[in-house]
Design a protein around this ligand. Structure first.
Ligand SMILES: [Cu+2]
Length: 109
């Protein structure tokens, strides 16, 4: 019985260290492929008909981009209802079909 207990403990220890290794792997992957955190910016212009937003943004690590003001596409036009010109925002941007696209946006608190 003691042997069984020891085996179970050893097994669960092995499993939990495996789980940790897996977590670390996923975190690494996420930061390389997708934005890990939101970037900050300020809304300069909104063109809902075109599905575009002009943002003055800070550094975009995932896109290797320095701070600037530029036009982004938005993933869904409805995202533009959540923000207005002059708002400070937190957003995520990525390259979608070759176009720089805001995939997530929210007014900063
Ligand atoms: Cu830019």
């Amino acid at each position: 019985m003691k042997l069984v207990t020891t085996t179970v403990v050893a097994l669960s220890l092995a499993l939990s260290s495996l789980a940790y290794a897996d977590d670390a792997h996923h975190t690494e992957k996420a930061s390389a492929a997708a934005p890990a955190a939101l970037s900050s910016g300020e809304v300069k212009k909104i063109d809902k008909d075109a599905g575009k937003i002009t943002l003055k943004h800070g550094p975009l690590v995932n896109l290797d981009m320095a701070p600037m003001t530029m036009v982004f596409r938005v993933k869904e036009a409805s995202m533009l209802d959540k923000v207005k010109v002059g708002d400070k925002v937190n957003f995520a941007a990525d390259k979608v079909n070759g176009a720089l696209t805001v995939t997530q946006i929210e007014a900063a608190k």
